[in-house]
Design a protein around this ligand. Structure first.
Ligand SMILES: NC(=O)c1ccc[n+]([C@@H]2O[C@H](COP(=O)([O-])OP(=O)(O)OC[C@H]3O[C@@H](n4cnc5c(N)ncnc54)[C@H](OP(=O)(O)O)[C@@H]3O)[C@@H](O)[C@H]2O)c1
Length: 262
């Protein structure tokens, strides 16, 4: 199937590793050009070096911390340089700390809102008028399985990402007739540095080994394993594609069957 992405430009947030890198690679593999965003230019450069030569030529790197006030402006300036338009926005962020809901600090919650929600909404709203005017756009927001089945020890993630789901669903209804689709992805457990750090935190909490925690976690997933960033990226590339024009307002699970509800 031709995904029709060869003339499209995408911004992918949190793209130097993990899920964002998986998505960026899939889009580049389909011929799109991509602006990769993360805080560390060194990690971004390593990510770019892992790509094929023609893909490297189609990707720009922007070092920006989503928690800083100028980040959105810096990202837009780089992505829209020389009049280039942005057709696809893949929203993503770093994950918040783990802990019990009873121990959540409201200051921490506010700080995480400023990194995980505010910049995503600002960037989305900034790019929307152009997408609507051109009658084509794709907004994809990476959240978590926790927005469907809240994850113990991730109260901030569960709460803040749910607010993004509600916002994106509301937005999807407003812009569907303008050729702009708005979808949310809900990863279960995809093997990345973040999953590893969560397993490691659980290992510390319970006094067990990280390997044991990872094995137990994998065996609780119907697929029997963690997903790969390639599997995740492939779903994102389809959502970004021309043939996905009638998929909007959805929460797409990429979880190997981990979420138990329908
Ligand atoms: N992997 C999973 O199975 C899974 C499941 C559910 C939810 N999630 C969530 O999905 C998101 C991505 O997960 P992941 O596993 O890919 O995480 P990851 O491996 O930790 O990657 C996070 C990416 O975001 C960038 N980043 C972090 N903080 C940033 C900031 N303040 N500003 C700009 N970029 C920032 C990182 O690069 P720099 O450090 O250089 O900035 C990196 O490129 C996380 O929020 C995670 O909690 C993941």
């Amino acid at each position: 199937m031709d995904l029709g992405l060869r003339t499209r430009h995408a911004i992918v947030l949190g793209a130097s590793q993990g899920l964002g890198l998986g998505v960026a690679r899939s889009l580049l593999g389909e011929g799109a050009s991509v602006t990769l965003v993360a805080r560390s230019m060194e990690r971004l450069a390593t990510a770019r070096a892992s790509l094929a030569e023609d893909e490297q030529a189609r990707c720009d790197l922007v070092a920006a911390d989503l928690g800083e006030p100028d980040a959105v402006e810096d990202i837009l300036r780089a992505a829209q340089r020389e009049g280039r338009v942005v057709d696809i926005l893949v929203n993503n962020s770093g994950g918040p700390p783990t802990g019990l809901p009873s121990g959540v600090s409201i200051d921490e919650m506010r700080g995480q809102f400023d990194k995980m929600v505010q910049p995503i909404m600002t960037l989305t709203l900034a790019l929307l008028p152009g997408m609507r005017a051109r009658r084509w756009g794709r907004i994809i927001t990476i959240t978590s399985s926790g927005v469907i089945q809240p994850i113990p020890h991730l109260p901030i993630s569960n709460a803040l990402r749910s607010s993004l789901v509600a916002f994106m669903k509301t937005l999807a209804g407003e812009v569907a007739a303008d050729g702009v689709t708005v979808n949310v992805m809900a990863p279960g457990r995809i093997g990345t540095a973040r999953t590893q750090s969560i397993d490691s935190a659980q290992a510390k909490r319970t006094g067990r080994s990280e390997d044991e925690i990872a094995r137990e976690s994998a065996s609780s997933i119907p697929a029997g394993r963690y997903g790969t960033i390639e599997e995740f990226g492939a779903v994102a590339a389809f959502l970004a594609s021309v043939p996905a024009s009638y998929v909007t307002g959805s929460v797409i699970r990429v979880d190997g069957g981990a979420i138990r509800s329908i």
